[in-house]
Structures are given as structure tokens and as C-alpha cells.
Design a protein around this ligand. Structure first.
Ligand code: SF4
Length: 267
């Protein structure tokens, strides 16, 4: 069994233990269980508490094929490397003056899921990689709980490719200036589903001012070029680190995502 298989098996066993005890998943930090929501919030045992199966297909990178490319225009002249190179040379907004490194994104070339957050933080700015701090580690564990891995079947990016100083939200003009990079990435990656991590990404990708809570719970088609990609909204892992009681609804989001991927798999 390879390393990712072992991680998936461990997560599945952890998940089963959590659900037997609490009725829902407790995301783990450094292999220790983070305090779960109060037992009184646990759902009653029954069909609603059943967990989605983890499709083994998610443990291997999906090959590019006709099905993946359906609806997406091909642009052989573009590439993820070209996007990263253009990002590195970009001075289109004020964030260029304060960044240490640009953070274009990372993951596999034809992901099942593209995770989109708001912008790089201090750790990401220092390393030039997305979601590498504590929030990134939590995101990896969340994804792994449903058989998703950033280098096998996911791609992780942000609305802006340079760090907003002081970890503030990216400004609307900064996101507008940067959006064409994200759009190119989506067209190249052809993800099955986009997972909007947090309010900023959700509101800007779905073009709405509605609160995050009201945007969760269903898929919304995001127009990209001449096609569209189904998007699901969930909490940003940084928020979940500060508000552990929201890990339970975040797990509901992950189950919904897993069910959607299962249905695609079955199709
Ligand atoms: Fe360019 Fe985007 Fe960085 Fe602004 S955030 S400088 S638009 S790459």
C-alpha cells in the first residue's frame, strides 16, 4: 500500500471511530483529536449519519480524457507553467510591492476538485506555495478524509496570487486584476468541481453578497469562458481553526462533495 493509501485508510478508521463516538468527524491535528462539537450536537444515529463511501478511484490521478475536456475549450498555447510565469512577472495591482513570492497554486493537472481560497498568508508568501501553514495542514486532512490529495486529484489556488499585507481580505480591485489568472487555470485544469473555501472566494466566484452560511449546502454553476463548473461553498480552514464548532457543518459540506464525486464516478 502506498503512502496516500495508508493515509486514506488511517483517515477512514479515524472517521469511523469519530462517528461511532460522536456521530461526526473530528479533524485531527498532529494525529491528536481536536475537541469535537459538544455531544449534544451530535446527530441521532440513523441513515443521515451514514458516511459516504470513499471511491478508490480518488486515490489515483485521473487521466486526461474526452470526458474531462467536454465543454472546455482547448488552448494548447497556454499552460499552467505559463500562468505561473506570468503571475511571477505581474505588477498589475499593489500587492506586487509587498509580496515575497507569488503563489500561483499547485496540484495535479486534471483535478477532480479545485480548491479556491482568498489569498496567500505569511507562510504561503514565504514559500510560494498555497495553503502550507496550519490552515493548509487542516485543509489536507479535510480533503484526505474523503480521499482527495493535492498532488493526486486536487488543485489548490487563491483568488489573488500575492499576499495581502497583514492577512487582510483582498480588495475588489485586486481580485479583479488577478481574476484572469484564475480563469486561465480553471480552463486548463478542467476541474469536475470547485470548492470555494471561505466567504471571500465564495462571494466573488458566485458574484453575490449573501452570507457564507446561506451559500452552503448546494452546488452552483460558475460560468467560466463558454462553459461552467459546479461549485460548492464551505468554511475556510483558518476559520475552522478558530471556530471548532463549525467543523461539524464543514464535514457535512465534505460529505456533499463526496456524494457529488461519487455520482460522477458512477456516471
Ligand atoms: Fe498581479 Fe495578482 Fe499579484 Fe496583483 S495579486 S500583482 S494581479 S499576480
Amino acid at each position: 500500500m502506498n503512502e496516500e493509501g495508508k493515509i486514506a485508510l488511517t483517515n477512514f478508521l479515524n472517521l469511523a471511530a469519530d462517528c461511532l463516538r460522536d456521530g461526526h468527524l473530528g479533524f485531527r491535528e498532529d494525529n491528536e483529536l481536536i475537541a469535537s462539537s459538544p455531544v449534544s450536537e451530535s446527530p441521532a444515529p440513523g441513515p443521515a449519519a451514514q458516511e459516504p463511501k470513499i471511491p478508490l478511484a480518488y486515490l489515483v490521478e485521473e487521466e486526461a480524457g474526452d470526458e474531462l475536456e467536454e465543454g472546455f475549450p482547448d488552448n494548447p498555447a497556454d499552460s499552467l507553467e505559463a500562468v505561473a510565469s506570468d503571475v511571477a512577472a505581474c505588477n498589475a495591482c499593489g500587492l506586487a510591492t509587498t509580496r515575497t513570492h507569488t503563489v500561483p497554486g499547485e496540484g495535479c493537472n486534471h483535478p477532480l476538485v479545485m480548491v479556491i481560497g482568498e489569498g496567500p498568508g505569511a507562510d504561503e508568501d514565504a514559500q510560494g506555495r498555497p495553503f502550507v501553514g496550519r490552515a493548509g495542514q487542516l485543509l489536507d486532512r479535510m480533503l484526505a478524509s474523503i480521499g482527495l490529495f493535492r498532488n493526486q486529484n486536487c488543485y489548490i489556488a487563491n483568488m489573488v496570487k500575492c499576499r495581502p499585507p497583514g492577512n487582510r481580505d483582498p480588495a475588489p480591485d485586486e481580485m479583479r486584476a488577478c481574476f484572469h489568472f484564475l480563469e486561465r487555470q480553471i480552463l486548463l485544469l478542467k476541474p469536475k468541481v470547485i470548492l470555494c473555501a471561505g466567504r471571500v472566494a465564495a462571494q466573488n466566484l458566485l458574484k453575490t453578497d449573501e452570507k457564507l452560511n446561506s451559500l452552503r449546502g448546494d452546488f452552483t454553476e460558475i460560468p467560466i469562458g463558454e462553459t461552467s463548473v459546479p461549485a460548492l461553498v464551505t468554511y475556510h480552514p483558518s476559520f475552522l481553526l478558530r471556530n471548532e464548532s463549525y467543523k461539524r457543518p464543514a464535514w457535512e459540506d465534505l460529505k456533499l462533495l463526496s456524494s457529488r464525486l461519487n455520482s460522477l464516478d458512477g456516471g
